[in-house]
Design a protein around this ligand. Structure first.
Ligand code: BV8
Ligand code: ZN
Length: 248
C-alpha cells in the first residue's frame, strides 16, 4: 500500500489508474471546499439563508413565490465565488482529461471552478451560477459577479423575467445531460466519486450505474457516505491533497 501523510492508495488502484483508458469522475461541493466555497451539508454558512434552509431557497417553489429572493441568494454566492480560485483537486482533474483517452467529468457543482481550472466538456448536472435563463423563451445569458442589472433581469428577446440557469430542488435536470452522463458511466472502467454526500438524486445514481456496469469505484471524501459501502476503495481525506497524488 502506497501511503502519504494520512491516506492510503492501494497498489491495485495505482495500477488501474495507470492502465485505464475510460474514466469518469463525479464531483460535488466538497471538491470546491478547499477553494473556500462553503459546502451544503458540512455546516457551511450557505446552509441557511435568511432563516431558510438552502433546499427551500434553492427550490422550484421559490422561483414562483419570490424570484427576487432567489436572485439575492445567487448574487450573494456569485460575489463570494468571484474572489475564489480552483484548488489542486480541480487542477488534477483538468490534467486527467489529457491523460485518459476517454475521460468524463460530471459535476453537481454550479460554481464553474472546474472550467476555470481548464476542464473542458464538463457535464453540469445542476446548471451554472454564471448563466441566466429566460422564463419565457429560454434564452441564456452569461452573468458576471459585478452584474448590477435590475433584479430579476428582463429578457431582451421577449421581455419575460430571467432566473438563474441552475437546477433547483423539484426541477428536472437539463435535457440530455444526465442521459449523457449515464451513457459514460455504463462504459467507464474506473469511476471516482469526489466530495459529495451522495444524497441528491438523480446525480447520486451515477456511481451505482458505473459500479453495476463493472467499473472500479473509488470514493474520495473525509467522511463516509451512503455510497461508501458499494465502493471498491474509499480514500478518506481531502480531495485537494489526494487527487494530485495520482499523477505527480
Ligand atoms: C429531480 C443547485 C425529478 C442549486 C442543487 C421531493 C420533491 C421533489 C424532489 C425530491 C423529493 N425528494 C427527493 C427528491 C429528489 C431531489 C433530491 O434528491 N432531494 C434530496 C435532498 C433527497 N432531487 C431533485 O429535486 C432533483 N430533480 O429529482 O427531478 C423530479 C422533478 C419534480 C419532482 C420530483 C422529481 C434536482 C436536484 C438538484 C438540486 N439542486 N443545486 C444550488 O446549488 O443552490 S443540489 C445541491 O446538492 C448542490 O448542487 C450540491 O451539489 C448537491 C449535492 O450536494 P453535494 O455536492 O454532495 O454537497 P454536500 O455539501 O451535500 O456534501 C459535501 C461533501 O463533500 C460531504 O460529503 C463532505 O464530507 C465532503 N467534503 C468536504 N470537504 C471536502 C470533501 N470532500 C473532499 N475534499 C474536501 N476537502
Ligand atoms: Zn425571453
Amino acid at each position: 500500500m502506497q501511503t502519504s501523510g494520512v491516506f492510503e492508495i492501494s497498489k491495485e488502484l495505482r495500477e488501474r489508474f495507470a492502465l485505464s483508458s475510460s474514466v469518469l469522475v463525479l464531483t460535488g461541493a466538497g471538491v470546491s471546499a478547499e477553494s473556500g466555497v462553503p459546502t451544503f451539508r458540512g455546516g457551511g454558512q450557505t446552509a441557511i439563508w435568511k432563516g431558510m434552509p438552502f433546499d427551500v431557497i434553492s427550490s422550484a417553489r421559490m422561483v414562483e413565490r419570490d424570484l427576487p429572493a432567489v436572485w439575492e441568494w445567487f448574487d450573494y454566492r456569485r460575489n463570494l465565488l468571484e474572489k475564489l480560485s480552483p484548488n489542486p483537486a480541480h487542477d488534477a482533474m483538468a490534467r486527467w482529461q489529457a491523460r485518459f483517452s476517454d475521460f468524463t467529468l460530471v459535476t453537481q457543482n454550479i460554481d464553474g471552478l472546474h472550467q476555470r481550472a481548464g476542464s473542458r466538456d464538463v457535464l453540469e448536472l445542476h446548471g451554472s451560477i454564471w448563466r441566466a435563463r429566460c422564463n419565457g423563451c429560454g434564452s441564456l445569458t452569461e452573468l458576471h459577479s459585478q452584474d448590477n442589472d435590475e433584479r430579476p433581469p428582463v429578457c431582451f428577446e421577449c421581455g419575460n423575467s430571467k432566473r438563474p440557469d441552475v437546477v433547483l430542488f423539484g426541477e428536472m435536470l437539463p435535457a440530455g445531460v444526465f442521459e449523457r452522463a449515464v451513457e459514460r458511466a455504463t462504459r467507464c472502467e474506473l469511476c471516482f466519486v469526489v466530495g459529495t454526500s451522495a444524497i441528491v438524486y438523480p446525480a447520486a445514481a451515477l456511481p451505482e450505474i458505473a459500479r453495476s456496469s463493472g467499473a472500479y469505484l473509488v470514493e474520495v471524501n473525509p467522511e463516509r457516505t451512503p455510497l461508501s459501502s458499494i465502493c471498491d476503495e474509499v480514500i478518506q481525506g481531502k480531495a485537494g491533497e489526494i487527487l494530485p497524488f495520482f499523477d505527480q
